[in-house]
Design a protein around this ligand. Structure first.
Ligand code: 8Y7
Length: 283
């Protein structure tokens, strides 16, 4: 290993990410669909097949989530969340070569999924739930800290900022201090501006434009804008017609130095990332 690689190597449990490159993280929701009642085995099987397709398409991380963060979504008990997520993590870890990210704010889910092979904790609440800092620290896994004001249920009520990029940076810096105090060193942290979380369209666009300012915090950035309403509002597109807007933002985020892109459309985003890398590596 060269010294340059050691600066960008992020150990994620039993796997390592080289953050010199831009990685694509595929989204795998395991919230039960009330319209499909295929039973437990077929849901697990469907989750594995979806994850496998994303890995074949070039995803190097899969983000497994069992709690909807949509505004107004029903709260899920820790046990219910664990019963959804744990079997999927165990199965993907056994069957696929990919870093498993667990989208959770729940301490018990962090601890148990780490035991089952998860490689990254992705917490939209930045470890602010009771016991989350200690649980994440105990896993030894890297953590993605995301900016959000309030809770998913009330976050879009009336978000206000003087300077959204500065305030997001200050929030993330403060969470890094709390992490350090709990035994999670900066080397284990990924930062995320939290697009679409407690932000108006203008907040999201301004934050995106000035994203580079967050590099001052010294940690890799993860960006999640796939199919989000900021694309819908900017282009006047329903959720099924946001791919092109999302790919534009993926390219721009990568150029601005984001290291992980969290997306639904893995194959398309991987093409974007590879095309940028091809140009970047030219003479
Ligand atoms: C994000 C996220 C969601 C994001 C990170 C959606 C779980 C909403 N968005 N995690 N999760 N960053 N780190 O539309 O932007 O995908 S859920």
């Amino acid at each position: 290993m060269t010294s340059v690689q050691s600066l960008t190597r992020l150990p994620c449990g039993n796997r390592v990410l080289d953050l010199a490159q831009t990685h694509v993280m595929g989204i795998l929701n395991v919230t039960p669909d009330s319209f499909s009642d295929g039973g437990r085995y077929s849901q697990l099987d469907a989750a594995l097949r979806h994850a496998e397709a994303m890995v074949v398409a070039g995803a190097t991380l899969i983000d497994v989530g069992g709690e909807s963060t949509r505004p107004g979504a029903r709260a899920v008990s820790p046990l219910e969340e664990l019963e959804r997520v744990a079997p999927v993590v165990e199965l993907i870890n056994r069957e696929l070569d990919v870093v498993i990210s667990v989208d959770t704010s729940t301490p018990a889910v962090m601890r148990e999924t780490a035991r089952l092979g998860a490689g990254l904790i992705n917490d939209v609440r930045s470890l602010r739930r009771d016991g989350a800092l200690d649980a994440a620290a105990a896993t030894g896994l890297p953590v993605c800290l995301m900016h959000m004001l309030g809770e998913p249920g009330d976050m879009q009520d009336d978000p206000q900022y003087q300077d959204v990029t500065r305030e997001v940076g200050e929030f993330l810096a403060e969470r890094m201090v709390q992490c350090a105090a709990a035994g999670i060193p900066p080397e284990r942290i990924i930062l995320d501006p939290g697009f679409g979380f407690a932000k108006t369209l203008q907040h999201n666009l301004s934050l995106f434009k000035h994203m580079e300012a967050l590099h001052a915090l010294g940690r890799p950035l993860l960006v999640g804008v796939s199919r989000k309403s900021m694309i819908g509002h900017a282009l006047n597109r329903p959720v099924g017609e946001r791919l092109h807007g999302g790919l534009a933002l993926a390219a721009l985020a990568s150029v601005k130095g984001a290291r992980i892109l969290r997306v639904h459309d893995v194959a398309e985003t991987v093409d974007v990332v590879r095309m940028l890398a091809a140009v970047e590596s030219a003479e």
